[in-house]
Design a protein around this ligand. Sequence first.
Ligand code: FES
Length: 181
Amino acid sequence: MALEYSQESRQALESMKAEYPELRSVLIPALKLAQQDHGSLTKEVIALAAAEAGVTEAVAAGVATFYHNLHTGPIGRHMIMVCTTISCQLAGADAVVSRFEELLDISIGGTTGDGLISLIAVECLACCGNSPAVQVDYDYFESFQPEQCDAVVEALHAGRHPEGGAGVPGGNPVKGTEVGA
Ligand code: FES
């Protein structure tokens, strides 16, 4: 059976397509929604988004492999992304990574056995002035300290938003920053 978007994603895409002057502009939201609906951007899921945006699968794959919020392999339901680029590294990102690894019992790049949380290192999150920076799903945390890791993990296990984060503008085109989105 051919892959489809969920009804909610379909509605979101149709309203975006009505606003964008060029169909291809919907490619990134189409990829994000396809990932949300189908778990990760496999070849078939990329093809779904490519058709939606009127671009070739090669173009869609190029975009899908460029952004850290898009994943071509299996991911956890929640993503903890720690910036490990130079400013954050100098400000202690390695200690943040170590604490998350300890709490989650996984290595960076891994996913917890229950599939709930993935921990990944990402490039600059564009808040170098307040490093280290961490992104949890679609929320940003600046000047993040290892002592804050426990509260983040506890909140995700409890189905809550970790406190203190700021939503990423345009983060989730359908569900805002809801936990479990
Ligand atoms: S280097 Fe981490 S936010 Fe820029």
